[in-house]
Ligand binder design. Structure first.
Ligand SMILES: C[S@@+](CC[C@H](N)C(=O)[O-])C[C@H]1O[C@@H](n2cnc3c(N)ncnc32)[C@H](O)[C@@H]1O
Length: 270
């Protein structure tokens, strides 16, 4: 763990392993925030909630220059990575803060826009968190959120053991208080939080190298007892985490395989 936080909501299922950080750090605004870029203008003040290692955040900052972006993450270790990336890339119109979005209080100058990528699926009460974000926005401010929806994932080949492994990973996320159908619920969550004119869209992300996602899932499942107490709690039989991790490692070697992750996005206005 890298600066492991005390989550005040759900337990954050992905954790902060090197390979989880690696695939998050490969994200850019162009690759993962394209749905939100048309709403950004130079000079805007933007809040990025759950910014992780900050690669998307830095792109947003370049977009709104001479405006400003604040990236917030509950994990101090992620904030350290994001700050290092900002220095390395020479992006100065950005500030990173280590705190949970639920703890954020309205500032003197409210934000023009709020963004969140791959966060809401990990929260126990995403509507409460979105209400808090709305309180930080100007009236008429825009929000853009994006989360995966496991109901739309396409995986090939998909022998029963692989399906079992993916179902177990989803169980971990649910048991930790998150949602595996978050993508499809973003619209209703935004409306319940008071946002209006909500619009949704979706796209697939296909992993060019299955090892990136396969190894992440394998390691996370292997650690299910150490992190979640999954065997002790009776979520899985002893020996099964190893069996499922091995199946993922065999699957990820297949050059003709597919892991197509369904990402749903939603925009709305405060
Ligand atoms: C899956 S990562 C996404 C990172 C980045 N937005 C991206 O898409 O690459 C989710 C991030 O949200 C952070 N997080 C989880 N719960 C949070 C909360 N309640 N408040 C702020 N950040 C949170 C985690 O520490 C993690 O870095």
């Amino acid at each position: 763990m890298n600066g492991a936080p005390q989550a005040n909501t759900a337990r954050y299922t992905p954790g902060y392993s090197a390979n989880a950080a690696a695939f998050m750090s490969s994200r850019t605004a162009e690759s993962h925030a394209g749905f939100f870029l048309p709403y950004l203008r130079p000079g805007m003040r933007v809040l990025d909630c759950g910014c992780g290692p900050g690669t998307i955040t830095l792109d947003l900052a370049r977009r709104v220059h001479p405006g400003f972006v604040t990236g917030v993450d509950i994990a101090a270790g992620q904030i350290a990575l994001a700050e290092a990336a900002a220095i390395y890339q020479g992006v100065a119109n950005v500030l990173f803060r280590s705190c949970s979005i639920e703890q954020m209080t309205p500032e003197d100058e409210p934000y023009d826009a709020a963004f969140s990528h791959a966060l809401l699926e990990h929260l126990a009460d995403p509507v409460a968190s979105l209400r808090r974000v709305r309180s930080l926005l100007k009236p008429g401010g825009v929000i853009g959120v994006c989360s995966p929806d496991w109901r739309g994932f396409l995986v090939a080949p998909a022998p029963p053991v692989l399906t079992e492994a993916l179902a177990f990973y989803q169980r971990l996320q649910r048991e930790n208080g998150g949602s595996v159908d978050a993508g499809g619920r973003l619209g209703e969550w935004l409306e319940q939080a008071g946002f209006s004119n909500v619009r949704m869209a979706a796209r697939y992300e296909c992993y060019a190298d299955l090892r990136l996602i396969g190894e992440y899932l394998a390691q996370r499942i292997e650690q299910a007892e150490a992190i979640d107490g999954a065997v002790t709690k009776g979520w899985i039989d002893p020996g099964d985490p190893q069996r499922l991790a091995q199946a993922l490692r065999m699957w990820q070697r297949q050059p003709s395989g597919l892991f197509a992750q369904a990402w749903v996005s939603a925009v709305g206005w405060a």
